[in-house]
Ligand binder design. Structure first.
Ligand code: UN1
Length: 484
């Protein structure tokens, strides 16, 4: 099995101990990585700090050329990396290739921002005075990324961080360090100078904690669970913190919806990526009149989904990421049954190796049940019922999360009511809750956190706005006081 290293200040670095990353479909180890510690984080912060003046002064279009090169390298390696994503993370190959494509799109999008990075110009209330805003880098930023989009989410964070002129300490999830390492290698090949991106692998309890608390880090960006997000908020001091936390994303299906379309969207949202997206559809809120029809189509089709290693063409649904995830999903099935929900299909793992779990649908779910409120992060769908759109929206809003949401309806009035009133960062109309595009802002409200990544607003997480006043009157002018 190949052993890999960390990358600090342009040098490869090992550690005394290490860990293995597994193929979740076979449970076989695929790579060995060092378990870094607070000392490695400290070295990485030092290297990032040293590299900051030069990198932040490089003209942004020149930083953009490097990011564009990274996109080109990724394109030429898409097939190989897609297969790696599928092997290390488990998702089916078309989705794994989509993950890499999302990384490519992100590097391209932010590369081009090197020639924009717009601020605003505006008027002054005084004569002979010019007012504008510019973007400045945050400084050294810590990026802590999850395993579910093992190339796309690192790209979501690295690309805007770099184009804005920050230097980086990057800690990937210990479930998918090899995918992250490949992104690092692409950046090195593209010409990112030593010290600009530092790569530290190891446990959250040492590496993650050291990044969150390090006084030399000015900005943090984290995607993961709400509990960890809350811990970061309490421990990060006054750092600029970006958080993308969980979801309990609903699809509302009206009685005027195209049911076939809704069924496809629900299956894709609930069981795509084996339900392991923060945007996954985990609740269907169905109009009473069409619920039975919708459910019977859903259950028939969910039963037909073929479980198997993501890499195989015949697989529709890959494994969960690890044993703990499989146990968590199984625990929630037990909770759902104990709460009185009706299990319609799935509900257990198939025999054999791999962290698989059968696509699971619960009917008779009420808004107070834990399976209607808590993020399961697996292939478990809870179906609730309503009579009036107002009630559906109240149910949609009755959870602590607010990331993605959707409504299937043929009536434009219903669609706009949902767009206005669902408490979420994203609302889809006649489409599933997953599938965000990189040039639009992505993020949530409430317990999901309020950061926006991707799109033009993704720059805000990694830059500070500076306000600039240029007074060319040659005299002292006083805002709010001088009247002429
Ligand atoms: C996530 O699950 O953390 O919209 C991000 C989507 C993907 C991104 C999901 N493009 O589902």
């Amino acid at each position: 099995m190949a052993a890999y290293k960390m990358y600090i200040g342009g040098e490869w670095a090992g550690a005394e101990t290490g860990f293995e990353t597994l193929n979740p479909a076979t449970e076989k180890p695929i790579a060995y990585f060092p378990s870094g510690d607070a000392g490695h984080v400290d070295m990485a912060v030092g290297a990032a700090r040293d590299a900051l003046p030069k990198w932040s002064r490089l003209p942004p279009p020149k930083r953009g050329i490097i990011l564009q090169k990274a996109a080109e390298i990724l394109k030429s390696e898409k097939e190989r990396l897609g297969r790696l994503v599928s092997t290390e993370m488990g998702k089916v190959l078309p989705e794994a290739l989509g993950d890499v494509q999302e990384a490519i799109d992100t590097f391209e999008y932010f590369a081009a921002e090197g020639r924009r990075l717009y601020g605003n110009t505006t008027t002054s209330e005084l004569r002979d005075k010019f007012c504008m805003t510019i973007r400045r880098p945050v400084g050294v930023v810590g990026l802590i990324t999850p395993w579910n989009f093992p190339t796309a989410i690192p790209a979501w964070k690295l690309a805007p961080a770099l184009i804005c002129g920050n230097t980086v300490v990057f800690k990937p999830s210990s479930d998918t360090p090899l995918c992250a390492y490949e992104i690092l290698k692409v950046l090195i090949r593209a010409g990112v100078p030593p010290g600009v991106v530092n790569f530290v692998t190891g446990p959250a309890s040492s590496v993650g904690e050291a990044i969150v608390k390090h006084p030399g880090i000015e900005g943090l960006s984290f995607t993961g669970s709400k509990a960890t997000g809350e811990w970061i908020t309490k421990n990060a001091g006054l750092k600029k913190v970006g958080l993308e936390l969980g979801g309990k994303n609903p699809i509302i299906v009206m009685d005027d919806a195209k049911l076939d379309l809704a069924v496809e969207g629900i299956l894709w949202g609930a069981f795509g990526t084996t339900g392991q997206r923060c945007t996954a559809t985990s609740r269907v809120i169905a109009h009473r009149k069409i619920k039975q029809k919708l459910l019977s189509a859903l259950v028939t089709k969910a039963r037909m989904l073929r479980l198997g290693p993501g890499i195989e063409k015949t697989s529709d649904v890959g494994p969960l990421i690890n044993k703990a995830a499989q146990e968590k999903v199984n625990k929630y099935v037990g909770i759902g049954i104990a709460e009185g929900a009706k299990l319609l299909c799935g509900g257990n793992k198939p025999a054999g190796k791999g962290f698989f779990f059968k696509p699971t649908i619960f009917d008779g779910v009420t808004p107070d049940m834990r399976i209607a409120r808590e993020e399961i992060f697996g292939p478990v769908l809870s179906v609730l019922e309503f009579d009036r759109l107002d009630d559906a929206i109240d149910i949609a809003n009755s959870v602590e999360y607010g990331l993605s949401s959707s409504i299937y309806t043929g009536d434009v009035n219903n669609a706009f009511k949902a767009i206005e009133r669902i408490e979420a960062g994203i609302t889809y109309v006649n489409s599933s809750t997953i599938g965000a595009e990189v040039h639009l802002p992505f993020g949530g409200v409430k317990g999901t956190g309020h950061t926006r990544e991707a799109g033009i607003l993704g720059l805000d997480e990694f830059s500070n706005t500076k306000t600039v006043y240029v007074d060319y009157s040659g005299k002292l002018q006083k805002a709010q006081i001088d009247s002429d």
